[in-house]
Design a protein around this ligand. Structure first.
Ligand SMILES: [Zn+2]
Length: 185
């Protein structure tokens, strides 16, 4: 893809950009916490979303978590990320919904360049996944299996650690992985 066609802002919206969206702990709070309980919390790793409001983290290892979307009660259109106004009918009566974790590749592009400061490694696939509710989600694939990737391929949500913050907490972002069909012998 041409250089500059995907900006760091785009990556921030996808939830995979480094840096600016990572919450920084207030240094005063940290000192206060440290003086009250010097060792108690030091080794307790937390999972922190890279960007708030996009997805629900899995609460147990067996869960997948889900993307948070919205559905218009007037026209039925669904969106991701969630919206205040409906982009279809401009109505304001939207409800927050848990979106399906599986969908189909609507379209994709392979990036062989990474924006400066990105946590991605080239080459990687930028995909749009159509979920059963109708919402179209822009994301990246966890791997770049060009043989398996095609329009219509089934894909599923993956919420995974992309980096650690200064306190050693896991910074989590969402991606998609391809669901490979079993090859019959
Ligand atoms: Zn609507």
């Amino acid at each position: 893809m041409p250089k500059g066609s995907v900006t760091n802002k785009d990556f921030a919206e996808m939830g995979i950009a480094p840096g600016s969206d990572v919450r920084e702990q207030n240094s005063t709070d940290y000192l206060k916490e440290a003086s009250c309980s010097p060792l108690q919390n030091r080794h307790q790793k937390k999972q922190i979303p890279l960007k708030e409001g996009l997805f629900k983290l899995p609460s147990t290892p067996s869960e997948r978590g889900y993307l948070i979307g919205s559905r218009c009660r007037t026209c039925g259109e669904t969106f991701f990320p969630k919206r205040v106004y409906c982009a279809n009918c401009t109505g304001k009566d939207l409800e927050e919904i848990a979106l399906s974790t599986k969908g189909k590749i609507h379209t994709f592009t392979i990036s062989r360049e990474v924006p400066p400061g990105s946590i991605m490694q080239a080459p990687y696939a930028i995909v749009q996944v159509r979920l059963p509710e109708g919402a179209l989600v822009t994301s990246v694939l966890t791997d770049c299996d060009l043989e398996a990737l095609d329009i219509g391929t089934d894909a599923q949500l993956v919420i995974e650690k992309v980096m650690e913050d200064e306190e050693g907490n896991d910074i989590m972002a969402f991606k998609f992985s391809l669901i490979r069909k079993e090859v019959m012998p």
